[in-house]
Design a protein around this ligand. Structure first.
Ligand SMILES: Nc1ncnc2c1ncn2[C@@H]1O[C@H](COP(=O)(O)OP(=O)(O)OP(=O)(O)O)[C@@H](O)[C@H]1O
Ligand SMILES: [Mg+2]
Length: 240
């Protein structure tokens, strides 16, 4: 059982978009995988959109009990839910959590129960400032977690999103250079993402996205599946 979280205190950075792409990619690329998309956002954009794909291997959950209101997660409910999911011998289970904007690590101890935390950000100043602050709070949360050794903290991966040019990516990498986390592959800007959440006839919008971003999907799903191969916390920004 692997748990991946998409989080950032900043809104509109691509959390739900990449959570959608990742959960569908895991389910379609790995035919023994059982995938559960857990939408922690009361707006429920991801779960509303993905519920039409639900089947015995793809579960979509939006449980009011997971939230105590205004972006405050109900940590104990989320943790007990995660602990109740277990892999059987025929399938591997993956939980993908989509967090709402406003998520603050100090109020989100459930984050400590994940394997990997993805933090999408665009190159805009507002996103980058919020992302740096978010990562610092996340590391404080890890360091305050005396029950676990630092070795057991989740992996943290920044996901450059909505990238237009290589120059933008280089700029983002240099601004974040001192952060002791991983730096993932860029998800480029594509107008097709604007149609990611609608229910189109024949699901053509989703097919187009999975095809257009197949290399990215492979990269992110492989990273989740093999997350235990990575050393836990790099000393400074480490490009994957
Ligand atoms: N790579 C991309 N290219 C083009 N548009 C994108 C891309 N990623 C996301 N978007 C668009 O940016 C907007 C914000 O994306 P999304 O809803 O995924 O962000 P979010 O972080 O989940 O936001 P919120 O904090 O409100 O939940 C959406 O309109 C989405 O379609
Ligand atoms: Mg969202």
């Amino acid at each position: 059982m692997k748990t991946a979280v998409f989080a950032n205190s900043k809104g509109g950075v691509g959390k739900s978009t990449i959570a959608l792409l990742t959960s569908l990619s895991l389910a379609t690329r790995h035919n023994r995988a059982k995938v559960q998309l857990i939408d922690l956002d009361p707006q429920a954009t991801t779960s509303d959109s993905l519920s039409r794909f639900a089947n015995h291997r793809f579960n979509v959950t939006n449980n009011e009990e997971f939230s105590l209101g205004s972006a405050t997660p109900n940590n104990s409910r989320i943790i007990s839910h995660l602990e109740s999911i277990s892999s059987d011998h025929l399938s591997e289970c993956y939980s993908i959590l989509d967090c709402p904007a406003g998520n603050e690590p100090e109020r989100s101890t459930f984050l400590l129960h994940s394997n990997i935390i993805f933090i999408p950000t665009s190159v805009s100043d507002a996103d980058v400032f919020a992302t740096k602050k978010y990562i610092s709070s996340l590391i404080e949360l890890f360091d305050s977690d005396t029950e676990n050794s630092p070795k057991k903290s989740p992996l943290v991966v920044i996901l450059p999103s909505m990238i237009d040019h290589r120059d933008e990516l280089n700029e983002l990498r240099s601004v974040l250079a001192g952060m002791p986390v991983y730096f993932g592959k860029p998800l480029r800007y594509s107008p097709n993402f604007r149609r990611a959440f609608r229910a189109e006839r024949d699901d053509n919008n989703v097919k187009v996205l999975l095809r257009e971003h197949s290399a990215y999907s492979k990269w992110i799903t492989d990273l989740i599946i093999h997350s235990d191969r990575l050393k836990l916390r790099p000393k400074k920004l480490f490009q994957l």
